[in-house]
Design a protein around this ligand. Structure first.
Ligand SMILES: Cc1cc2nc3c(=O)[nH]c(=O)nc-3n(C[C@H](O)[C@H](O)[C@H](O)COP(=O)(O)OP(=O)(O)OC[C@H]3O[C@@H](n4cnc5c(N)ncnc54)[C@H](O)[C@@H]3O)c2cc1C
Length: 385
Protein backbone atom coordinates (compact mmCIF):
# COMPACT_ATOMS: atom_id res chain seq x y z
CA UNK A 1 0.00 0.00 0.00
CA UNK A 2 1.24 3.52 -0.85
CA UNK A 3 2.34 5.35 2.31
CA UNK A 4 0.28 8.44 3.08
CA UNK A 5 3.14 10.14 4.89
CA UNK A 6 4.39 13.20 2.99
CA UNK A 7 7.69 15.03 2.92
CA UNK A 8 5.80 18.30 3.00
CA UNK A 9 2.26 19.45 3.71
CA UNK A 10 1.38 22.93 2.47
CA UNK A 11 -1.69 24.48 4.10
CA UNK A 12 -3.43 27.04 1.87
CA UNK A 13 -3.65 26.90 -1.93
CA UNK A 14 -3.44 30.62 -2.63
CA UNK A 15 -0.60 31.82 -4.83
CA UNK A 16 1.93 31.73 -1.99
CA UNK A 17 1.08 28.21 -0.81
CA UNK A 18 0.78 26.87 -4.36
CA UNK A 19 4.21 28.18 -5.39
CA UNK A 20 5.75 26.65 -2.25
CA UNK A 21 4.18 23.36 -3.30
CA UNK A 22 5.49 23.88 -6.84
CA UNK A 23 9.13 24.39 -5.81
CA UNK A 24 8.98 21.50 -3.36
CA UNK A 25 7.53 19.20 -6.05
CA UNK A 26 10.29 20.30 -8.42
CA UNK A 27 12.80 19.10 -5.83
CA UNK A 28 11.21 15.68 -6.06
CA UNK A 29 9.47 15.88 -2.69
CA UNK A 30 6.17 14.17 -2.02
CA UNK A 31 3.83 17.09 -1.38
CA UNK A 32 0.25 17.41 -0.12
CA UNK A 33 -1.47 20.76 -0.73
CA UNK A 34 -4.54 21.37 1.43
CA UNK A 35 -7.12 24.10 0.87
CA UNK A 36 -10.04 24.85 3.18
CA UNK A 37 -12.44 26.02 0.46
CA UNK A 38 -13.84 24.15 -2.50
CA UNK A 39 -11.41 26.23 -4.52
CA UNK A 40 -9.14 29.13 -3.53
CA UNK A 41 -11.36 32.20 -3.31
CA UNK A 42 -9.37 34.76 -1.40
CA UNK A 43 -6.92 37.49 -2.53
CA UNK A 44 -5.35 35.16 -5.11
CA UNK A 45 -8.48 35.20 -7.27
CA UNK A 46 -9.74 38.70 -6.40
CA UNK A 47 -6.83 40.75 -7.71
CA UNK A 48 -5.82 42.44 -10.98
CA UNK A 49 -3.28 39.82 -11.99
CA UNK A 50 -0.61 42.42 -12.56
CA UNK A 51 2.90 41.02 -12.21
CA UNK A 52 4.82 44.26 -11.71
CA UNK A 53 8.32 44.02 -10.18
CA UNK A 54 8.81 47.59 -11.44
CA UNK A 55 6.76 48.87 -8.48
CA UNK A 56 8.93 47.17 -5.89
CA UNK A 57 12.10 48.08 -4.05
CA UNK A 58 15.17 47.00 -5.95
CA UNK A 59 17.09 45.45 -3.07
CA UNK A 60 14.73 42.55 -2.44
CA UNK A 61 11.19 42.38 -3.72
CA UNK A 62 12.04 43.48 -7.21
CA UNK A 63 14.45 40.55 -7.31
CA UNK A 64 11.71 38.12 -6.22
CA UNK A 65 9.42 39.73 -8.79
CA UNK A 66 11.97 39.42 -11.58
CA UNK A 67 12.57 35.80 -10.70
CA UNK A 68 8.78 35.28 -10.63
CA UNK A 69 8.56 36.67 -14.17
CA UNK A 70 11.03 34.01 -15.32
CA UNK A 71 9.11 31.27 -13.52
CA UNK A 72 5.71 32.35 -14.90
CA UNK A 73 7.09 32.63 -18.44
CA UNK A 74 8.78 29.27 -18.27
CA UNK A 75 5.60 27.63 -16.92
CA UNK A 76 3.61 29.20 -19.74
CA UNK A 77 5.79 27.43 -22.32
CA UNK A 78 4.69 24.07 -20.87
CA UNK A 79 1.08 24.72 -19.88
CA UNK A 80 -1.33 27.59 -20.44
CA UNK A 81 -1.47 29.36 -17.09
CA UNK A 82 -2.87 32.58 -18.67
CA UNK A 83 0.37 34.57 -18.88
CA UNK A 84 0.33 37.48 -21.35
CA UNK A 85 3.47 39.55 -21.88
CA UNK A 86 2.17 42.99 -22.77
CA UNK A 87 4.24 45.12 -20.41
CA UNK A 88 3.33 47.54 -17.63
CA UNK A 89 3.04 51.28 -17.97
CA UNK A 90 3.15 54.09 -15.38
CA UNK A 91 1.35 57.16 -16.72
CA UNK A 92 2.48 60.51 -15.31
CA UNK A 93 -0.15 63.22 -14.95
CA UNK A 94 2.03 66.19 -13.94
CA UNK A 95 5.58 67.51 -14.03
CA UNK A 96 6.66 65.97 -10.72
CA UNK A 97 5.43 62.52 -11.68
CA UNK A 98 7.15 62.98 -15.03
CA UNK A 99 10.43 63.75 -13.26
CA UNK A 100 10.02 60.61 -11.17
CA UNK A 101 9.50 58.30 -14.10
CA UNK A 102 12.68 59.73 -15.71
CA UNK A 103 14.57 59.08 -12.48
CA UNK A 104 13.22 55.54 -12.15
CA UNK A 105 14.22 54.84 -15.75
CA UNK A 106 17.81 55.87 -14.87
CA UNK A 107 17.81 53.65 -11.77
CA UNK A 108 16.49 50.68 -13.76
CA UNK A 109 19.01 51.25 -16.50
CA UNK A 110 21.85 50.89 -13.95
CA UNK A 111 20.23 47.66 -12.73
CA UNK A 112 19.80 46.25 -16.21
CA UNK A 113 16.01 46.11 -15.84
CA UNK A 114 14.52 47.17 -19.20
CA UNK A 115 12.22 50.17 -19.22
CA UNK A 116 11.54 52.92 -21.75
CA UNK A 117 10.07 56.38 -21.62
CA UNK A 118 7.04 57.04 -23.79
CA UNK A 119 6.11 60.52 -24.97
CA UNK A 120 2.53 61.73 -24.65
CA UNK A 121 1.77 61.03 -28.31
CA UNK A 122 3.18 57.46 -28.08
CA UNK A 123 0.95 56.81 -25.08
CA UNK A 124 -2.17 58.14 -26.80
CA UNK A 125 -1.52 55.84 -29.74
CA UNK A 126 -0.63 52.79 -27.66
CA UNK A 127 -3.48 53.12 -25.15
CA UNK A 128 -6.77 53.97 -26.91
CA UNK A 129 -9.08 56.15 -24.86
CA UNK A 130 -6.27 57.58 -22.73
CA UNK A 131 -6.99 61.27 -22.20
CA UNK A 132 -4.57 63.84 -23.52
CA UNK A 133 -5.51 66.13 -20.62
CA UNK A 134 -4.26 63.50 -18.12
CA UNK A 135 -1.20 61.96 -19.75
CA UNK A 136 2.08 63.87 -19.77
CA UNK A 137 4.25 60.86 -20.61
CA UNK A 138 4.89 57.35 -19.28
CA UNK A 139 7.42 54.71 -18.32
CA UNK A 140 6.97 51.30 -19.94
CA UNK A 141 8.33 47.94 -18.73
CA UNK A 142 8.25 45.51 -21.67
CA UNK A 143 9.21 42.36 -19.74
CA UNK A 144 6.25 42.48 -17.36
CA UNK A 145 3.23 40.24 -17.63
CA UNK A 146 -0.34 39.80 -16.52
CA UNK A 147 -2.18 36.66 -15.50
CA UNK A 148 -5.91 35.97 -15.16
CA UNK A 149 -6.46 35.67 -11.42
CA UNK A 150 -9.58 33.55 -11.86
CA UNK A 151 -7.66 31.06 -13.97
CA UNK A 152 -3.96 31.08 -13.08
CA UNK A 153 -4.15 29.31 -9.71
CA UNK A 154 -6.34 26.50 -11.04
CA UNK A 155 -4.01 25.98 -13.97
CA UNK A 156 -0.95 25.96 -11.74
CA UNK A 157 -2.50 23.36 -9.43
CA UNK A 158 -3.62 21.24 -12.40
CA UNK A 159 -0.11 21.43 -13.86
CA UNK A 160 1.40 20.25 -10.57
CA UNK A 161 -1.08 17.38 -10.35
CA UNK A 162 -0.49 16.29 -13.93
CA UNK A 163 3.25 16.81 -14.25
CA UNK A 164 4.73 16.92 -10.74
CA UNK A 165 2.74 14.29 -8.78
CA UNK A 166 1.24 16.82 -6.38
CA UNK A 167 -1.57 15.57 -4.16
CA UNK A 168 -4.15 18.34 -3.86
CA UNK A 169 -7.11 18.23 -1.52
CA UNK A 170 -9.59 21.12 -1.41
CA UNK A 171 -12.44 21.44 1.06
CA UNK A 172 -10.07 20.59 3.91
CA UNK A 173 -9.82 23.06 6.75
CA UNK A 174 -6.76 22.39 8.89
CA UNK A 175 -7.66 23.27 12.44
CA UNK A 176 -4.73 21.71 14.31
CA UNK A 177 -1.07 21.35 13.48
CA UNK A 178 1.89 20.32 15.63
CA UNK A 179 5.15 18.38 15.75
CA UNK A 180 4.52 15.20 17.74
CA UNK A 181 6.79 12.15 18.20
CA UNK A 182 9.20 13.16 15.46
CA UNK A 183 6.65 14.06 12.77
CA UNK A 184 4.26 16.82 11.86
CA UNK A 185 0.55 16.18 12.23
CA UNK A 186 -2.06 18.33 10.54
CA UNK A 187 -5.64 17.59 11.48
CA UNK A 188 -8.73 18.77 9.64
CA UNK A 189 -11.98 19.90 11.23
CA UNK A 190 -13.51 16.45 10.67
CA UNK A 191 -10.72 14.91 12.73
CA UNK A 192 -8.77 13.38 9.86
CA UNK A 193 -5.00 13.51 10.40
CA UNK A 194 -2.27 13.93 7.76
CA UNK A 195 1.41 13.45 8.55
CA UNK A 196 4.61 14.81 7.07
CA UNK A 197 8.22 15.67 7.84
CA UNK A 198 7.53 19.38 7.49
CA UNK A 199 4.61 21.77 7.15
CA UNK A 200 4.41 25.18 5.49
CA UNK A 201 1.34 27.23 6.38
CA UNK A 202 0.35 29.93 3.86
CA UNK A 203 -2.97 30.83 5.40
CA UNK A 204 -3.49 34.25 3.82
CA UNK A 205 -5.62 36.29 6.21
CA UNK A 206 -7.21 33.36 8.06
CA UNK A 207 -5.79 33.93 11.51
CA UNK A 208 -8.42 32.09 13.55
CA UNK A 209 -7.76 28.44 12.87
CA UNK A 210 -4.05 27.84 13.33
CA UNK A 211 -1.83 29.50 15.92
CA UNK A 212 -4.25 32.42 16.44
CA UNK A 213 -2.31 33.80 19.41
CA UNK A 214 0.82 34.25 17.31
CA UNK A 215 -1.09 36.27 14.71
CA UNK A 216 -3.10 38.28 17.21
CA UNK A 217 0.13 39.35 18.92
CA UNK A 218 1.92 40.06 15.62
CA UNK A 219 2.24 43.34 13.71
CA UNK A 220 -0.01 42.02 10.91
CA UNK A 221 -2.88 44.17 9.74
CA UNK A 222 -5.51 43.34 7.18
CA UNK A 223 -6.28 45.58 4.23
CA UNK A 224 -9.65 45.71 2.49
CA UNK A 225 -9.61 46.73 -1.19
CA UNK A 226 -12.54 47.67 -3.41
CA UNK A 227 -12.55 46.53 -7.03
CA UNK A 228 -14.86 46.66 -10.03
CA UNK A 229 -15.06 45.19 -13.50
CA UNK A 230 -16.79 46.69 -16.52
CA UNK A 231 -18.84 44.77 -19.03
CA UNK A 232 -16.75 43.36 -21.92
CA UNK A 233 -15.68 46.06 -24.40
CA UNK A 234 -15.91 44.43 -27.86
CA UNK A 235 -13.30 45.68 -30.31
CA UNK A 236 -11.45 47.66 -27.64
CA UNK A 237 -7.91 46.63 -26.70
CA UNK A 238 -6.06 47.90 -23.62
CA UNK A 239 -2.82 46.00 -23.31
CA UNK A 240 -0.93 45.06 -20.15
CA UNK A 241 -0.99 46.62 -16.69
CA UNK A 242 -1.90 50.30 -16.55
CA UNK A 243 -0.69 52.20 -13.48
CA UNK A 244 -1.26 55.91 -13.07
CA UNK A 245 -0.10 59.03 -11.22
CA UNK A 246 -1.43 57.98 -7.83
CA UNK A 247 0.46 54.66 -8.20
CA UNK A 248 3.67 56.60 -8.85
CA UNK A 249 2.98 58.30 -5.51
CA UNK A 250 2.24 54.99 -3.78
CA UNK A 251 4.63 52.33 -5.10
CA UNK A 252 7.84 51.79 -3.20
CA UNK A 253 10.21 51.73 -6.20
CA UNK A 254 9.61 55.47 -6.66
CA UNK A 255 10.67 56.18 -3.08
CA UNK A 256 14.28 55.72 -4.18
CA UNK A 257 14.02 58.51 -6.73
CA UNK A 258 15.78 61.76 -5.77
CA UNK A 259 12.62 63.84 -6.33
CA UNK A 260 10.32 61.57 -4.31
CA UNK A 261 10.18 63.97 -1.33
CA UNK A 262 8.88 66.74 -3.61
CA UNK A 263 6.18 64.38 -4.82
CA UNK A 264 5.25 63.42 -1.28
CA UNK A 265 5.04 67.04 -0.18
CA UNK A 266 2.65 67.83 -3.07
CA UNK A 267 -1.06 68.15 -2.49
CA UNK A 268 -3.38 65.29 -3.33
CA UNK A 269 -7.14 65.09 -2.93
CA UNK A 270 -8.00 64.32 0.72
CA UNK A 271 -10.41 61.59 -0.43
CA UNK A 272 -7.55 59.67 -2.06
CA UNK A 273 -5.63 59.82 1.22
CA UNK A 274 -8.65 58.89 3.34
CA UNK A 275 -9.47 55.78 1.32
CA UNK A 276 -5.94 54.92 0.13
CA UNK A 277 -7.08 55.16 -3.49
CA UNK A 278 -4.84 54.76 -6.53
CA UNK A 279 -6.05 53.86 -9.98
CA UNK A 280 -5.08 50.74 -11.92
CA UNK A 281 -6.60 49.24 -15.04
CA UNK A 282 -6.26 45.80 -16.57
CA UNK A 283 -8.22 44.25 -19.38
CA UNK A 284 -9.27 40.66 -18.78
CA UNK A 285 -9.29 38.15 -21.64
CA UNK A 286 -13.08 38.52 -22.05
CA UNK A 287 -12.57 42.20 -22.90
CA UNK A 288 -13.82 43.60 -19.59
CA UNK A 289 -11.67 46.13 -17.71
CA UNK A 290 -10.77 45.59 -14.05
CA UNK A 291 -10.49 48.88 -12.19
CA UNK A 292 -9.44 49.61 -8.59
CA UNK A 293 -8.51 50.13 -5.84
CA UNK A 294 -8.72 51.47 -2.28
CA UNK A 295 -7.19 50.48 1.07
CA UNK A 296 -8.76 50.36 4.53
CA UNK A 297 -6.95 48.76 7.46
CA UNK A 298 -7.65 46.86 10.71
CA UNK A 299 -5.53 44.73 13.05
CA UNK A 300 -5.38 40.94 12.49
CA UNK A 301 -7.65 40.27 15.48
CA UNK A 302 -10.17 42.92 14.46
CA UNK A 303 -10.39 42.38 10.73
CA UNK A 304 -14.16 41.88 10.92
CA UNK A 305 -14.40 45.62 11.57
CA UNK A 306 -13.55 46.12 7.90
CA UNK A 307 -17.00 44.79 7.09
CA UNK A 308 -18.38 43.07 4.02
CA UNK A 309 -20.07 46.00 2.30
CA UNK A 310 -18.89 47.73 -0.83
CA UNK A 311 -18.75 51.41 0.08
CA UNK A 312 -20.35 53.44 -2.70
CA UNK A 313 -18.53 56.63 -1.71
CA UNK A 314 -15.21 54.88 -2.39
CA UNK A 315 -16.41 53.59 -5.74
CA UNK A 316 -17.43 57.11 -6.71
CA UNK A 317 -13.94 58.41 -5.88
CA UNK A 318 -12.33 55.58 -7.90
CA UNK A 319 -14.62 56.07 -10.88
CA UNK A 320 -14.31 59.86 -10.98
CA UNK A 321 -10.53 59.56 -11.16
CA UNK A 322 -10.67 56.64 -13.62
CA UNK A 323 -12.84 58.74 -15.95
CA UNK A 324 -10.33 61.61 -15.72
CA UNK A 325 -7.72 59.16 -17.09
CA UNK A 326 -9.54 57.05 -19.71
CA UNK A 327 -12.52 57.38 -21.93
CA UNK A 328 -13.74 53.77 -22.11
CA UNK A 329 -16.30 52.77 -24.75
CA UNK A 330 -18.66 51.41 -22.08
CA UNK A 331 -18.58 52.32 -18.40
CA UNK A 332 -21.33 49.90 -17.32
CA UNK A 333 -20.14 47.72 -14.47
CA UNK A 334 -20.54 43.94 -14.50
CA UNK A 335 -19.26 43.33 -10.95
CA UNK A 336 -18.05 44.94 -7.74
CA UNK A 337 -16.16 43.07 -5.02
CA UNK A 338 -13.86 43.42 -2.03
CA UNK A 339 -10.51 41.74 -1.61
CA UNK A 340 -8.57 41.40 1.63
CA UNK A 341 -4.94 40.63 2.39
CA UNK A 342 -2.70 40.54 5.44
CA UNK A 343 0.38 42.70 5.61
CA UNK A 344 3.10 42.85 8.24
CA UNK A 345 3.68 46.47 9.31
CA UNK A 346 7.40 46.16 9.98
CA UNK A 347 8.40 43.32 7.65
CA UNK A 348 7.71 42.56 3.99
CA UNK A 349 6.23 39.20 4.89
CA UNK A 350 5.48 37.25 8.10
CA UNK A 351 7.82 34.25 8.40
CA UNK A 352 8.18 32.15 11.54
CA UNK A 353 8.93 28.58 12.56
CA UNK A 354 6.03 28.21 14.98
CA UNK A 355 6.93 24.68 16.11
CA UNK A 356 9.64 22.22 15.08
CA UNK A 357 9.49 21.87 11.25
CA UNK A 358 6.30 23.95 11.02
CA UNK A 359 6.78 27.20 9.13
CA UNK A 360 4.25 29.98 8.71
CA UNK A 361 4.69 32.26 5.69
CA UNK A 362 1.95 34.77 5.10
CA UNK A 363 1.03 38.48 5.04
CA UNK A 364 2.78 39.20 1.75
CA UNK A 365 0.53 42.24 1.29
CA UNK A 366 -0.12 43.59 -2.18
CA UNK A 367 2.92 41.85 -3.65
CA UNK A 368 1.67 38.27 -3.83
CA UNK A 369 0.94 37.80 -7.53
CA UNK A 370 4.29 39.43 -8.32
CA UNK A 371 6.61 38.10 -5.63
CA UNK A 372 5.31 34.68 -4.50
CA UNK A 373 6.95 32.47 -7.13
CA UNK A 374 10.41 33.94 -6.42
CA UNK A 375 9.99 34.14 -2.65
CA UNK A 376 8.71 30.55 -2.42
CA UNK A 377 11.71 29.30 -4.38
CA UNK A 378 14.02 30.95 -1.85
CA UNK A 379 12.07 29.62 1.15
CA UNK A 380 12.18 26.06 -0.16
CA UNK A 381 15.95 26.43 -0.64
CA UNK A 382 16.30 27.79 2.92
CA UNK A 383 14.29 24.89 4.39
CA UNK A 384 15.66 22.06 2.26
CA UNK A 385 19.05 23.39 1.15
C1 LIG B 1 -8.03 43.49 -4.67
C2 LIG B 1 -6.61 43.01 -4.73
C3 LIG B 1 -5.81 43.35 -5.82
C4 LIG B 1 -4.48 42.88 -5.87
N1 LIG B 1 -3.75 43.06 -7.00
C5 LIG B 1 -2.52 42.50 -7.09
C6 LIG B 1 -1.79 42.57 -8.31
O1 LIG B 1 -2.28 43.04 -9.33
N2 LIG B 1 -0.51 42.12 -8.30
C7 LIG B 1 0.07 41.55 -7.19
O2 LIG B 1 1.23 41.18 -7.22
N3 LIG B 1 -0.65 41.37 -6.06
C8 LIG B 1 -1.92 41.84 -5.99
N4 LIG B 1 -2.65 41.66 -4.84
C9 LIG B 1 -2.06 40.91 -3.74
C10 LIG B 1 -2.20 39.41 -3.94
O3 LIG B 1 -3.47 39.07 -4.43
C11 LIG B 1 -1.93 38.72 -2.60
O4 LIG B 1 -0.68 39.14 -2.10
C12 LIG B 1 -1.89 37.21 -2.74
O5 LIG B 1 -3.00 36.72 -3.42
C13 LIG B 1 -1.78 36.56 -1.36
O6 LIG B 1 -1.72 35.18 -1.57
P1 LIG B 1 -1.74 34.16 -0.35
O7 LIG B 1 -1.59 32.81 -0.94
O8 LIG B 1 -0.78 34.61 0.69
O9 LIG B 1 -3.17 34.37 0.32
P2 LIG B 1 -4.65 33.92 -0.12
O10 LIG B 1 -4.93 34.23 -1.51
O11 LIG B 1 -5.53 34.52 0.93
O12 LIG B 1 -4.62 32.35 0.05
C14 LIG B 1 -4.59 31.71 1.28
C15 LIG B 1 -5.34 30.40 1.13
O13 LIG B 1 -5.18 29.62 2.30
C16 LIG B 1 -6.41 28.99 2.59
N5 LIG B 1 -6.40 28.69 4.02
C17 LIG B 1 -6.24 29.57 5.05
N6 LIG B 1 -6.26 28.92 6.23
C18 LIG B 1 -6.41 27.61 5.96
C19 LIG B 1 -6.50 26.46 6.77
N7 LIG B 1 -6.41 26.53 8.11
N8 LIG B 1 -6.66 25.25 6.18
C20 LIG B 1 -6.72 25.15 4.82
N9 LIG B 1 -6.65 26.23 4.00
C21 LIG B 1 -6.49 27.44 4.56
C22 LIG B 1 -7.45 30.04 2.20
O14 LIG B 1 -8.72 29.46 1.98
C23 LIG B 1 -6.83 30.63 0.94
O15 LIG B 1 -7.26 29.96 -0.24
C24 LIG B 1 -3.96 42.12 -4.77
C25 LIG B 1 -4.78 41.81 -3.69
C26 LIG B 1 -6.10 42.23 -3.67
C27 LIG B 1 -6.96 41.85 -2.50
Amino acid sequence: MRSSHYHLIVVGAGVLGSFHAYHACKKGLKVLLLEKDLQPQEATVRNFGQVVPSGMRRDKWQQYGRRSLEIYKSLQTKFDISVRQQGSVYIASDETELTLIHELRDINRKDGYPSMLLKQQDCLEKYPGLKESYCKGALFFPEEITVEPGKMIHCLIALMQEQLSLTYQPNTLISFCDFVNGKCIAEDNLGKAYTSDKVIICNGRDFRNLYPQIFYESDIEVSKLQMMRTVPQPGYLLKGSILTGLSIRRYESFQECPSYQALKAGEIDERFKKWGVHILFKQATDGSIIIGDSHEYAGAKEQDKLGFEVNQEINTVILEEAKRIFDLPDWRMAAYWNGYYGQSKDHDVFKKEVATNIHVITAIGGKGMTGSAGLAEETIKEIYG
